[in-house]
Design a protein around this ligand. Structure first.
Ligand SMILES: [Zn+2]
Length: 309
């Protein structure tokens, strides 16, 4: 049974500094977890609310153990109980840092967006994977798996997946997210890392700096933000994949996969929480540093800026 209590009722303000890792095991230029959290916490200076931890993850790094909270941030305050216009999610897969890094590097942009619309953000859903450079969470399972919501015979694959879906379901049940809400969930597609593309000539892509595609789901996949996302990704990376198949067998047409029923968190937001639109951008990576993280961060910064300002 879900509690009706708001996840924001135990508001934590700036200053609740946890002991956080100051480096990662990744060989790219990603900032430390401490730096990311310091950046997100700056939102508290601009009237954003930080939630109680949605869940905690335990990270062991060179024999040091860290207990790390996963928070959401929201603006404006929830006092008037109106639904959110926008949900921003990133960092579900720890080997896909562009989303969390882009959000941390663009606090003034987020503040600006938050002046125009009601925003709820969970910028780093898998701190464990981010620090240890692992795709999945601490139980070796995806924190963004929602299979248990579509097949009642199965248990949640891990406590993170259970807590993350419950967090959003609670907001849905309270009328704080729903048919008027759009979500963007920033991913990347690292070739050979449990995801990827098939029926795509990777040699042909090798000369390209970047290539992209995205998922769109929800009640309104005709929404102008779908074609706008295609235009932005095409302009920014120079290559929106015209047609291919993902390893899961989904068809990419014109750079997009429409209404994928993959029992992911995005599928959950689209079908269970009945969101207006859920967009999941993907940047296809040749290797963890190709294209470089700075460039991939710019792609998502431009997407946010061009779509929402
Ligand atoms: Zn991913």
């Amino acid at each position: 049974m879900l509690e009706k209590q708001s996840p924001f009722s135990g508001l934590e303000l700036l200053g609740a500094s946890h002991h956080l890792p100051e480096y990662t095991l990744a060989h790219d230029s990603r900032p430390s977890l401490k730096k990311l959290y310091q950046a997100y916490d700056q939102l508290s200076l601009h009237d954003w609310q930080k939630s109680k931890p949605i869940y905690w993850q335990t990270i062991t790094l060179d024999q040091q153990t860290f207990k790390v909270p996963i928070h959401s941030y929201a603006v404006p305050s929830l006092d008037d109980r109106k639904p959110f216009d926008l949900i921003l999610i990133s960092g579900i897969h720890g080997t896909e840092p562009a989303g969390p890094v882009a959000l941390a590097g663009n606090i003034p942009l987020l503040v600006n967006i938050g002046k125009r619309m009601r925003v709820l953000m969970v910028p780093l859903t898998n701190a464990y994977g981010y620090v240890l450079n692992k795709r999945y969470g601490s139980k070796g399972e995806s924190v963004g798996d929602s299979t248990h919501w579509f097949n009642h015979k199965v248990k949640p694959v891990c406590s993170e997946a259970k807590d993350l879906t419950n967090f959003f379901y609670q907001l849905y049940w309270q009328g704080l997210i729903g048919p008027g809400t759009m979500a963007i969930d920033y991913h990347e597609d690292l070739s050979g890392d449990g995801a990827g593309l098939q029926s795509l000539d990777e040699d042909k892509l090798a000369h390209l700096l970047a290539s992209t595609y995205f998922y769109a789901a929800g009640r309104d996949i005709q929404h102008p933000f779908v074609s706008k996302t295609a235009d932005i990704l095409q302009a920014e990376t120079g290559f929106l994949i015209p047609s291919a198949q993902t390893l899961a067998g989904e068809e990419i047409m014109g750079g997009r996969v429409l209404n994928s029923h993959d029992a992911s968190l995005d599928d959950f937001l689209a079908r269970i929480c009945k969101l207006q639109l859920v967009i999941t951008p993907e940047q296809w990576l040749h290797s963890p540093e190709e294209p470089g993280l700075e460039q991939r961060k710019t792609v998502y910064t431009t997407h946010l800026e061009s779509l929402l300002l």
